[in-house]
Ligand binder design. Sequence first.
Ligand code: MN
Ligand code: MN
Ligand code: ZN
Length: 289
Amino acid sequence: MLKIGAHMSTSKGYHRVPVETLGIGGNCFQIFPHSPSMWRAKLPEERKIELFKDAMIKTKLCSEDALVHSGYLINLASPKEEVRYKSIELLKLEITITEMLGLKYLNFHPGSHLGTGLETGIDRIARGIDEVLSSIGDTEVVLLLENVAPKGGNIGSRIEELKMIIKRTSYADRIGITYDTCHGFDSGYDIRSREMVEKLLAEIDHWLGLEKLKMIHLNDSKYPLGAAKDRHERIGDGYIGEEGFAAFLSSDEILKRPLILETPGGNEEHAQDIKRVKKILGIERDAND
Ligand code: MN
Ligand code: MN
Ligand code: ZN
């Protein structure tokens, strides 16, 4: 069964997200565990957690198909000790929130070395992950490194960089990856033909093992291949285009994973984008019936 959904607002409460997900024709989703541009995060109240878990049961959504997206300020690769420290503390809090909500996957951007070099940056990230996971102790939460656009000293735009990070941590079995189609396209991974999709999957399999690929961020790109801009576009309206997504989504390996839209707009636009994906796939019925 197709797993598709979008990044959802939690402004009306976590418990609204599963219902609104069904409302847009989805069956999986992504949320922020706190305001993404702030260092501050608070643990959800007991009552709100219960409401959320009830909503998950009522809507029959699978907790393993949901994604929690880490805050944007987090940078484990930062050369500034204070930023690195705050990043570690916030990630720990985000893992705790993910666990309290009964969800499994926490997605985060590996970080930027801010001009201090790839090698040093990768080391800092691996060390940061080790500090986070050793101090958090036993948890069911799995961290997902997201491939990013190659700009601003970002680490993790290439699959082999994600591999280097994972290899250098002591917790390889508790880390997976999310593949973002816009960021990948920004980095020069062309997915507009079946052949190129197979090549990308072979690369992921070679460096990481395909089982490490847990989630897909399904975004079109406002800019051409390799532009390194990180500007998401509605599905089919960008340079990947409808035909490009038809090629990408012709792979069973891709379709096994939850497809999560981070395209411009809110629920209304996402509902249309989900329809468009279903049209590309030749599916008329809703994913949840
Ligand atoms: Mn992201
Ligand atoms: Mn993304
Ligand atoms: Zn992006």
